[in-house]
Write a new protein. Structure first.
Length: 182
């Protein structure tokens, strides 16, 4: 069983995969991830008769996103990974979106002050560095704004990737990048 956690933005997504097939997916549109995440996690496990010991891997979206949102998902993945010795794999939301394309793409996530972008090759590997552009800045390439993550594709993409030591799992924050950019 694979547990998928995405708390990077307004939609809180918890899903279960078995043999890289989506078994269940729960989504709550809320800005109260600190209140809803554990309850949603508990509900999906109970409803599918899955115990924490049945989980062999955790996939977590590690950003970019708000400080609190990203932190909640990352801390849950780190804690479960460490305490229960579960493999943890992280992927950025933008890289997960890149799996929808079989070409080089620049993907973006907008907020009220600008756009957070990442460039990926046709193998979905990260090129260059994540950038945050204020609303006043232009970017020379077309930016695609997508919002559909195919969780099964994420599982398949990460299947042969190495897991991360939970202590080394790091969140990717929008605001930190914004501050570094100024």
């Amino acid at each position: 069983m694979i547990l998928y956690i995405d708390t990077h933005y307004i939609d809180l997504v918890i899903a279960l995969l078995k043999d890289n097939k989506l078994i269940d997916k729960r989504v709550i549109n809320s800005n109260k991830h600190s209140v809803n995440t554990i309850n949603l996690l508990k509900d999906i496990l109970l409803d599918n008769n899955v115990k924490i010991d049945d989980i062999k891997e955790i996939i977590v979206i590690n950003g970019p996103g708000s400080f609190t949102g990203v932190r909640i998902g990352v801390v849950i993945a780190k804690t479960m990974g460490y305490v229960k010795n579960i493999k943890v794999k992280a992927i950025s939301y933008l890289q997960a979106l890149s799996l929808n394309y079989n070409k080089e793409v620049v993907l973006g996530i907008k907020d009220r002050n600008g756009v957070f972008i990442g460039k990926f090759n046709k193998e979905h590997e990260f090129i260059d560095d994540y950038k945050y552009l204020s609303n006043k800045e232009n970017y020379k390439e077309d930016i695609i704004y997508d919002d559909f993550v195919d969780i099964e594709k994420v599982g398949l993409f990460l299947e042969n990737k190495d897991s991360i030591n939970p202590h080394l799992l790091k969140p990717l924050y929008v605001k930190r990048i914004e501050v570094e950019h100024d």
